[in-house]
Design a protein around this ligand. Structure first.
Ligand code: KG4
Ligand code: ZN
Length: 332
């Protein structure tokens, strides 16, 4: 059983092939065009997807040693994401499947981030909790089966990835700033500066307050010392990262306690953060958790996770109709 999968929800064009549940290729084309604008420009993203998609799909098939005629189905990200970007991947998948006379499989991008854990060993046992942290989402999900997931808590405003990226922008770092904060934080003091930890009900998150606190903190210090950011970049990054991780872990610990679940996973772009990976591992040792941390290539957006999700749906014979359209906001 060979499935081609396509991911085009934001600014990465990606294609992957899964054969009997094993990933055989995963090609990602990043779009550098957005850097000069300090964020993703939706219209430019859709155009770049159109330029990249054929090459990326072709390479994914080549890497898997397959031709299009060997395919049994095509999976694609239906949402959530940027509508124009999703439209490119969805239309491509539909047209190719129509030409090959094979079924299509719609995939929910956030389910796919969670299911990235089934690409490599060790695979989590059900039920497990997954903290999904990306540029658009921050969710604690209880996963009972590949097709049975419930959101236990989520952000009420900004996503944690946004908090990383917006803080980086205030520091004059290019987009996406999350990985750069991570890089500078490695040689900084996490306790040099402190930022408020929000008090939000239940298992939910909020990151807009801490973002504003960072803005005021920087404005105040730059006023008295114009070189403040330059002279303290590592310490500022380490302190911001420390606060964001503290907020994430606080609710994750609460979720583990409330549910009694000790199998804990992280997923999404921010799960590539070295501080989060380290803190999670240390917390797990203290609390007796089994933790699951994806390989870097499966943290940020990739089609391998879409392929994994499509694989599970193929097993259930869950196919989509040819008249399906992508959706920017998609019910979990
Ligand atoms: O999952 P993803 O690739 O795309 C979305 O679905 O949003 O996540 C992208 C987010 C961006 O906010 C990016 O800055 C963040 O993940 N990110 C990181 C790191 N690598 C990616 N944030 C902190 N540390 C990192 N190492
Ligand atoms: Zn994502």
């Amino acid at each position: 059983m060979n499935i081609l999968a396509i991911e085009s929800s934001c600014d990465d064009t990606s294609a992957a092939v899964i054969k009997n549940g094993e990933i055989c290729s995963n090609v990602v084309a990043n779009q550098l065009i957005h850097q000069q604008y300090g964020g993703v420009v939706p219209e430019l993203a859709s155009r770049a997807h159109q330029q990249n998609i054929l090459k990326v799909v072709d390479q994914a098939l080549k890497d898997a040693n397959l031709t299009k005629n060997d395919l049994d189905a095509i999976g694609f990200t239906r949402g959530p994401g940027l509508l124009g970007s999703l439209l490119v991947g969805t239309s491509f998948a539909k047209a190719m499947a129509l030409a090959l006379d094979i079924p299509i499989i719609e995939v929910h991008h956030m389910h796919a981030h969670v299911l990235a854990h089934f690409i490599e060993e060790p695979k989590p046992k059900f039920p497990f909790l997954c903290l999904t942290v990306s540029g658009g989402h921050t969710q604690i999900v209880r996963v009972d089966a590949p097709d049975k997931m419930v959101i236990l808590g989520q952000t009420l405003d900004d996503a944690v990835g946004e908090a990383f990226d917006k803080s980086a922008k205030l520091l004059g770092l290019p987009y996406p700033g999350g990985p750069l904060i991570d890089k500078y934080a490695q040689s900084g003091n996490p306790n040099a500066f402190s930022f408020p930890i929000p008090e939000i009900a239940e298992l939910n998150y909020s990151f807009s307050g801490v973002k504003t606190a960072i803005l005021y903190f920087l404005q105040k210090n730059v006023k008295t010392d114009p070189s403040f950011i330059e002279n303290n970049l590592e310490d500022i990054c380490a302190s911001i990262q420390h606060s964001l991780i503290k907020i994430l872990l606080q609710k994750l610990k609460k979720a583990a306690k409330v549910t009694g679940i000790k199998d804990i996973a992280i997923a999404g772009g921010v799960s590539a953060n070295s501080g989060l990976r380290k803190t999670l591992t240390e917390t797990a040792e203290k609390l007796g958790w089994n933790v699951y941390i994806p390989a870097f290539e499966y943290c940020t957006d990739n089609a391998a996770m879409i392929a994994m999700s499509a694989h599970f749906k193929y097993l259930n014979q869950e196919f989509a109709e040819q008249n399906i359209s992508p959706v920017a906001r998609m019910a979990f």
